[in-house]
Ligand binder design. Structure first.
Ligand code: FES
Ligand code: FES
Length: 182
């Protein structure tokens, strides 16, 4: 209820601005609304899933300012000015991200509830470690639970994607740098 006794509408809330998947977005929502709900309900980015709603399962993981966060625990106010990546931002223009391809081909996804969160945790890991060891993969995904796959296929999917990404990078031509004296 607002000060004049009228019911508040979303338009009454001040704008909260952030970037999602490279696009500037602005929402008028209660500042304590969970980032998870803002993504799903207000921005219609329903790839991010809710599992436990208590920060335990990692299903709602997104990348925010190059950190992996549980969006069920983040009040949207904390996202003001942030750079957020959700699973919708992983795919490349007309093709799946190597992680998505790998999960598909290596049986890393079954019911799919944990998958967006797993992919985001894996993307965070690969952004900082291009050829992670199995121990690093396990550690990188330690906050994400899966009740279907027994984890081994997920770990194998991430390892295969890392190998694939590395070999793609190796194919890229080296650009010779020319330095001009002033
Ligand atoms: Fe957020 Fe489980 S739904 S951690
Ligand atoms: Fe079902 Fe992971 S694939 S919870």
């Amino acid at each position: 209820m607002s000060a004049d006794g009228k019911a508040r509408t979303n338009a009454d809330w001040p704008a909260i601005r952030f970037t999602v998947n490279g696009e500037s977005r602005s929402v008028h929502v209660p500042p304590m609304k969970r980032l998870l709900d803002v993504l799903r309900e207000d921005l219609h980015l329903t790839g991010t899933k809710e599992g436990c709603g208590e920060g335990e399962c990692g299903s709602c993981s997104v990348r925010m300012n190059d950190e992996l966060v549980n969006s069920c625990l983040v009040p949207v106010l904390q996202a003001e000015g942030a750079d957020i990546q959700t699973v919708e931002g992983l795919a490349l223009e007309s093709s799946l991200h190597p992680l998505q391809e790998s999960f598909l081909h290596n049986g890393g996804a079954q019911c799919g509830i944990c998958t967006p969160g797993m992919l985001m945790a894996a993307a965070q890991l690969l952004a900082h470690s291009s050829h992670p060891s199995e121990a690093e993969i396990r550690e990188g995904l330690a906050g994400n639970l899966c009740r279907c796959t027994g984890f081994m296929r997920i770990f194998a999917s991430v390892a295969a994607a890392a190998r694939e990404t590395e070999s793609e990078l190796a194919k890229e031509p080296v650009v010779e740098q020319t330095h001009h004296a002033r």
